[in-house]
Design a protein around this ligand. Structure first.
Ligand SMILES: Nc1ncnc2c1ncn2[C@@H]1O[C@H](COP(=O)(O)OP(=O)(O)OP(=O)(O)O)[C@@H](O)[C@H]1O
Length: 274
């Protein structure tokens, strides 16, 4: 059996000091394999972003282990984390692409920068930037534009392209489609499915069960910092075991929300009964 790209074991994270100290993650254990998408769902404050940030070395852990491609990175110092992030084995995409992209850099500069740092020639970096845009189904016309000059959906696709520059084995996506309209949402989800098929491991964070249901192989449910349920997506949706998961499934906004289109509701129903 191949080693999972990401192994999280009994992970604990605390915020604050002394009397203000609060536990944000309680003994979280989760594996993500190459070519697998794990959807991480849970209400606001349940610890989803904390788990993402811990996996990227952006918050200190207070217990447990994190292994990336079999390498124990838990006790890495900031310098080692920076090197790991720069090597680009793990990449991330945030809900707001302006957080993933430098607003002053053109699309071409954003995509070329990590390659230039790696010593790739300017000409080759330009060629690779075009190939990356093509991979996220965007036209090369966007290359000279800065993020403020393109649409939100295009921006998020550029953020995904930027995450792909270093050919990561793992991408953590924190609410990547939450700010997008449904047409752009579908397009970004399609791109993520293609990445998964190419063997990239994805952690897809969302509070929207509908988006997760359409892409995740497995779903992990966080509740108050604890993983209360992990299983195959269809099983978690159709036969939720934990009362909190049952509540999430029964209150899936796309089913309840009167403003959801008929097509959206039918799509989710089909997913639920698949
Ligand atoms: N920098 C911080 N300092 C102190 N407490 C924090 C910090 N970041 C998060 N927390 C707390 O940790 C808990 C988990 O927060 P986290 O942001 O991981 O939740 P989340 O599930 O991602 O929520 P959301 O869906 O709103 O983004 C919350 O109680 C939050 O208030």
């Amino acid at each position: 059996m191949t080693t999972p790209v990401l192994q999280v074991r009994d992970l604990e994270v605390h915020y604050g000091l002394r009397r203000k100290r609060r536990q944000a993650l309680h003994g979280v254990t989760l594996d993500v394999s190459a070519g697998e998408t794990v959807g991480l769902i849970g209400e606001t404050g349940s610890g989803k972003s904390t788990l993402a940030r811990a996996v990227l070395g952006l918050v200190p852990t207070s217990g447990g282990r994190i292994l990336i491609e079999g390498e124990d990175v838990t006790d890495h110092r900031q310098r080692q984390w920076r090197r790991l992030r720069r090597r680009g084995v793990v990449q991330y995409v945030f809900q707001d692409p302006l957080r993933s992209l430098d607003p002053d850099l053109t699309v071409e500069e954003s995509l070329a920068e990590p390659l230039l740092i790696q010593g790739v020639s300017r000409r080759e970096a330009g060629v690779r930037a075009r190939t990356l845009l093509d991979r996220v189904h965007l036209s090369a016309d966007l290359l000279p534009k800065v993020p403020g000059e393109i649409s939100g959906g295009q921006r998020q696709r550029v953020a995904v392209a930027r995450a792909l520059v270093t050919e990561p084995r793992l991408i953590v996506l924190d609410e990547p489609v939450s700010a997008l309209d449904s047409a752009n949402r579908v397009q970004v989800l399609e791109i993520l499915k293609e990445l998964r098929d190419d063997g990239v491991a994805l952690v897809f964070i969302s509070h929207d069960l509908g988006s997760v249901a359409g892409i995740a192989d497995r779903i992990a449910v966080l509740y108050q910092g604890e993983l209360v349920e992990v299983g195959a997506a269809a099983a978690v949706i159709n036969e939720p075991q934990h009362p909190y998961t049952r509540l999430l499934v029964s209150s899936a906004p796309t089913l309840r929300d009167a403003s959801a289109t008929r097509a959206e509701r039918e799509e989710l129903r089909a997913l639920l009964s698949a």
